[in-house]
Design a binder for this molecule. Structure first.
Ligand SMILES: Cc1cc2nc3c(=O)[nH]c(=O)nc-3n(C[C@H](O)[C@H](O)[C@H](O)COP(=O)(O)O)c2cc1C
Ligand code: SF4
Length: 468
């Protein structure tokens, strides 16, 4: 019987977070081995690598880093006639605002990740693997280094893993703290020691042309942990968790205006937004009501709590789905015009002004644009400048149209998906809260120099000249 310092909600299904907050648990290899650790690796190295990939495909596992791409399929994109080294990279950048799950795995259950990584490396034929960690995770770096050392001393990592003839080394690499290093090709550039400018896809799909232009599999921390459970359970049994095409469990990170924010591991698609926000998160704060939710990290489009969606089904039928009845799976959230993304659910209540929410997001993206391509570099700053003005009451109604047009000119015109990540929130917030934002603008500002810097300059000149 497992006991926890913070007991999971009865609706949770703990697979990946089984050991998080567990009483008597520590990150050492002895603790992990006492709990049956590394038995899945033992099983995996007795299998043919292709059969591991087949099980992962059967499981239906989709990446937990953001895009929800099928993991087994990604692995098969390594060219079959490849003669170059293959690399495996664990994406531990965890930089999407609202997301705070990977850090718990890194801090509390490092051997689960190492076991998942070694199985994956064996399946894809990688002899070198990297764990790329964001700079802000110094403790995770220390814990992972220690765990790799322990795993090597027991022959789970290194030369001839468990007598299988398979060799693999794992290295920890720390970034210098930039959101764009979470984007897989920016991450690869950073790992190569360069400025993390993302690469154009095609041709630079990492599975074909990745690290040092060799085939490279990049997977998220949580995704790699799922692999070991798939080997233990078998692909079919894993696929019986969750719902069709959206299998297994995933960790939802809920932040913002709820009574009990936190992390919840649930079967994918088995929980509606109503159940998540009311049953697991305790409902709105006293005297408040829910206004909107950003369901998959800051890059996903906002949903209003009073919206409903006309969904089309493969058989041609159509059904209305109210916001509260949305099941939190990849496909339904996409059909509602948003995305499940990284699982970071940000909740906004009626105490928040949408101009403030918009400005907060714009400030983040303007700061984090890598600057490689013009629409994103210039556009993200312009968007922030305009939302700065909306917040301070210095904007004119015309500014809203300008803001919207900048967002649509970024959309689809950039090297990497950061472009969409920065403009989708703007497009969605304007489309869904236009009246509220318009109410924060002043028609009297129309035609005036409405850039804050210009206003400050005007005030300065007025003071200097003793009044115009
Ligand atoms: C701007 C941007 C930031 C991203 N940040 C992360 C991140 O912090 N962690 C992550 O795992 N994936 C992140 N991704 C997604 C990765 O590019 C990549 O799709 C993912 O690591 C693949 O792993 P998965 O298939 O296991 O999800 C980001 C993508 C973009 C466009
Ligand atoms: S879209 Fe933005 S973050 Fe991505 S490469 Fe272009 S400038 Fe850099």
């Amino acid at each position: 019987m497992i006991t926890y310092t913070k007991p999971p909600h009865p609706r949770e299904y703990r697979l990946i977070f089984k050991n998080v907050d567990r009483v008597g648990w520590d990150p050492s290899i002895d603790c992990y081995l006492r709990d049956g650790g590394y038995q899945d690796l033992q099983k995996a190295v007795a299998m043919q690598p292709g059969n591991i990939t087949a099980e992962v495909k059967k499981s239906g596992l989709r990446g937990r880093g953001g895009a929800g791409f099928p993991t087994g399929m990604k692995w098969t994109f390594i060219p079959s006639n490849n003669t170059q080294p293959v690399y495996l990279i664990c994406n531990g950048d965890e930089s999407e605002p609202g997301t705070f799950k990977d850090r718990y795995i890194l801090h509390q259950d490092p051997h689960q990740l190492i076991e998942g990584m070694v199985i994956t490396a064996y399946a894809v034929g990688a002899h070198t693997a990297y764990i790329y960690l964001r700079e802000e995770f110094p403790a995770a770096a220390r814990i992972m280094e220690q765990a790799i050392k322990e795993a090597r001393s027991r022959n789970f990592v290194g030369h001839n893993v468990l007598g299988s003839g398979f060799d693999v080394e794992i290295y920890v690499h720390r970034g210098a703290g930039a959101y764009i290093c979470g984007e897989e090709t920016g991450l690869i550039e950073s790992l190569e020691g360069k400025r993390p400018y993302p690469r154009i896809k095609p041709p630079y799909f990492p599975a074909a042309l990745g690290l040092y232009m060799c085939p490279t599999i990049v997977n998220n921390v949580e995704t790699l942990c799922h692999v070991k459970h798939i080997i233990r359970m078998g692909g079919d049994a894993y696929a019986s968790l969750g719902v069709a095409r959206n299998t297994g469990t995933r960790i939802l990170c809920v932040s913002g205006d709820v009574k009990t924010p936190g992390y919840f591991e649930v079967e994918v698609g088995k929980l509606t937004l109503r159940e998540l926000l009311y049953d697991l998160c305790g409902g709105p704060k006293d005297g408040r009501s829910f206004k909107a939710v950003i369901p998959g990290g800051s890059s996903s489009k906002i949903l209003r709590c009073d919206e409903s969606f006309a969904l089309k089904y493969p058989d041609g039928s159509e059904r209305q789905l109210a916001f509260w009845d949305i099941p939190l799976d990849f496909d339904t959230l996409a059909a509602c015009g948003s995305m499940a993304g990284s699982g970071g659910v940000i909740v906004i209540d009626d105490s928040r002004k949408m101009s403030w929410v918009l400005n907060n997001l714009n400030a983040f993206y303007a700061h984090e644009s890598c600057g490689q391509c013009t629409p994103c570099r210039e556009g993200s700053t312009w968007m922030k400048n305009i939302s700065d003005r909306i917040v301070t009451g210095d904007a004119s109604p015309q500014d809203l149209a300008t803001l919207e047009s900048i967002a649509y000119q970024i959309d689809g015109r950039t090297v990497c998906a950061f472009g969409e990540a920065s403009c989708w929130p703007v497009e969605a917030i304007i489309a869904k809260f236009r009246d509220e934002l318009l109410a924060d603008t002043q028609a009297a500002n129309d035609g005036k120099p409405h850039n804050l810097e210009a206003n400050a300059q005007r005030r300065y000149l007025t003071t200097c000249s003793g009044g115009l």
